[in-house]
Design a protein. Structure first.
Length: 461
């Protein structure tokens, strides 16, 4: 009997983990970290309902933390077999996991130093040594090539347009003829998005596990350049600094590219842009080595007015350089991670500048429930950071068009050519989004849909 258990990304957008069992074979699809609500974050510390050592292979969709960030802990707890992913994901995961471990170690050191942790001492979920052990297990596999992670399970990657190296996973259980076919969407990208290719049409399948992050709404219409320009001009008029909370991989490169495009069109003055993220700086080099997987030429990435090498772009790597940005006065742009204000250098910048009404805090893309980014988007007047409440007097703006996720209409467009699966499971979405998309697919297409609960097991007949 084949079955699938949802150990993450069920009625939430984080912690993606799907355990596929085909007879005696166990393959884990994604190994993501829970973020946001305390109830979810605490799941990162709880033992999994299955032993990591019992899993035969891990197959990753892409390198974002909610899909790969739990891997070092998984390895620390006993997993020691291959982890398959695309070549670009191997390189990006290295940056992301090393950064994730460093942020955890820095945050726990700071908490222990200041004494605001409830735990004595505060400890990281994993450390740099755990990351090193996990990275040794990564095995690169190109797009569009069938491979056999374990037993009778075969998989193949297809580009999904969400992030460099991101993929949907076509799966076949070849224990019978014809094989049982399962498709894991991963995170579906947007159509005509700057930087990335459009998502590949989905292959036919018996069972579909599809993300639903924006399953109940569309992004605002209009050009992302126009929306960004409007926000920037308002920020410049205030006279302060624009703080941008951006994921170091993908969003940061996209933002600098768009800002310099507006400057080249003379719609914005030549503002100084500070990229305060060593990981983002390193990630751009990876973009340059995988030029066939995105739509920006190498000279546009690295030339004199490139995405990161423009004369107005200032790169910071060290903590000392980051602290020096505190002296910068507006108008200027500071881009730093993490994108949902869950950690990283952006918190220090927000702590320093959020109390000044001349400044602007920009959020781009989805903000998960329970994150500081979501609190800001919902109008919070204070944020809890480093053990104290920080007042928010800066203007807070959000540009959903910067999201790397397909919206409701784009998901329906992506699914349009797909023959009806035997069953569709809507995951990676908060409950209202997932249930809305399920209802739409059932009503307009007659599909059998289900929004699984955390820990729910379904049989693949």
């Amino acid at each position: 009997m084949n079955r699938l258990t949802f150990h993450g990304a069920a009625e939430t957008v984080t912690g993606s983990k799907y355990l596929l069992e085909a007879g005696d074979t166990k393959v884990l699809i994604d190994c993501g970290l829970f973020q946001g609500l305390k109830e979810l974050r605490e799941r990162n510390w709880a033992p999994l309902p299955f032993a990591p050592s019992s899993v035969d292979a891990v197959v990753l969709t892409h390198a974002h933390v909610d899909h790969v960030g739990y891997l070092p802990r998984f390895v620390r707890d006993g997993y020691c077999k291959p982890v398959y992913c695309t070549p670009a994901t191997v390189e990006l995961a290295r940056l992301i996991l090393q950064d994730c471990a460093k942020n955890q170690e820095d945050d726990t050191d700071y908490a222990n130093q200041k004494g605001f942790s409830k735990h004595t001492p505060a400890l990281p979920l994993y450390d740099a040594k755990d990351v090193d052990h996990a990275l040794m297990l990564l095995k690169p596999v190109p797009y569009n090539v069938w491979f056999n992670p374990a037993g009778t399970v075969w998989t193949r990657y297809h580009e999904d347009g969400h992030l460099l190296g991101a993929a949907m996973i076509e799966t076949e259980i070849r224990a019978a003829t014809p094989p049982q076919r399962i498709l894991f969407s991963g995170d579906v990208g947007r159509y005509h998005a700057p930087l990335y290719h459009d998502p590949t049409p989905p292959p036919a399948c018996d069972y579909l596990i599809c993300e639903s992050t924006y399953g109940d709404r569309d992004h605002p219409p209009g050009s992302v350049l126009d929306q960004l320009c409007e926000v920037m001009l308002a920020a410049i008029a205030r006279g302060g600094v624009m703080l941008v909370a951006a994921f170091a991989v993908g969003r940061s490169q996209q933002l600098i590219y768009l800002l310099n495009e507006l400057i080249a069109q003379q719609r914005l003055p030549e503002l100084p842009i500070y990229l305060d993220s060593p990981m983002a700086v390193n990630a751009t080099n990876i973009y340059a080595t995988h030029a066939s997987e995105h739509e920006i030429a190498i000279d546009e990435l690295t030339g004199p007015h490139g995405a990161l090498d423009g004369r107005n772009v200032h790169l910071t790597r060290t903590v000392t350089e980051s602290k020096q940005i505190n002296q910068v006065v507006g108008p200027a742009v500071i881009i730093s991670s993490a994108g949902m204000l869950t950690g990283g250098r952006i918190l220090h910048h927000v702590q320093q500048r959020a109390g000044d009404s001349r400044n602007t805090i920009m959020l781009g893309g989805f903000m998960a429930e329970g994150t500081r980014g979501r609190d800001l988007a919902d109008g919070a007047t204070t944020l809890k950071m480093f053990g104290r409440d920080v007042p928010i007097r800066a203007a807070v703006v959000q540009i959903p068009a910067l999201s790397g996720h397909a919206d409701r209409s784009e998901l329906l467009r992506w699914l349009a050519p797909l023959p009806p699966p035997r069953q569709t499971y809507l995951t990676h979405g908060e409950l209202p989004s997932a249930t809305a998309l399920a209802a739409e697919l059932t009503k307009t297409r007659g599909w059998k849909t289900l929004v699984p609960h955390m820990g729910q097991t379904v049989e693949l007949v």
